[in-house]
Design a protein. Structure first.
Length: 179
């Protein structure tokens, strides 16, 4: 790490624009968060009305023992209730060539149309062609402000090789193959 010139912000250089997060700076806060490149996932569950999915980049590993992962759906999402109440769900780490799949699930939770998928051991829909799959049972749901934090205990998992789909600054991208 470099040295600091103090709390004035001068050490941040001219490229950074300091701000205080709050209601009046929510766009700035979102823009700052968007500088962090993330992987892209599609989370799926089975409902009484059929399979349901949603694109999410708020995925993280929590624990190896027990195996726990988390993701965070927005409370304003129309698919919020089915996911926070789902006993089982699957998280898919998407490959670079699955951008169209991710885009479909951004706007349509029933975007399974021509998609190749099958029910997993928990009944949650499993999408073919992704880099990894985690079949989970709901472990906990926590308040996360305008999102919920859903923690899943991983019951079954699989992974393969390939280039992951990335998201940063409101745009999709890719990197070299992992594996």
């Amino acid at each position: 790490m470099g040295s600091s010139d103090g709390p004035s912000g001068d050490s941040f250089g001219p490229a950074l624009r300091p701000f205080t997060p709050g209601p009046d700076t929510s766009r700035e806060f979102r823009a700052a968060l968007g500088r962090f490149a993330t992987g892209v996932t599609v989370v799926t569950t089975q409902t009484a009305d059929g399979p349901l999915g949603i694109t999410a980049n708020s995925f993280a590993a929590v624990s190896l023992d027990p195996p726990l992962v988390l993701w965070s759906p927005a409370r304003a999402a129309g698919r919020f209730a089915p996911f926070v109440t789902a006993e089982h769900f699957a998280i898919h780490i998407m490959s670079a060539d699955q951008r169209s799949v991710c885009e479909a699930f951004v706007s349509d939770g029933a975007a399974f149309g021509d998609l190749v998928w099958a029910p997993g051991k928990t009944g949650a829909p499993l999408i073919e062609g992704c880099l990894a799959q985690f079949e989970c049972v709901r472990h906990a749901v926590h308040d996360g402000g305008d999102h919920a934090i859903i923690v899943g205990r991983v019951l079954h998992a699989a992974h393969g090789d390939g280039a992951p789909l990335l998201f940063a600054g409101g745009r999709y991208g890719a990197m070299a193959t992992v594996g």
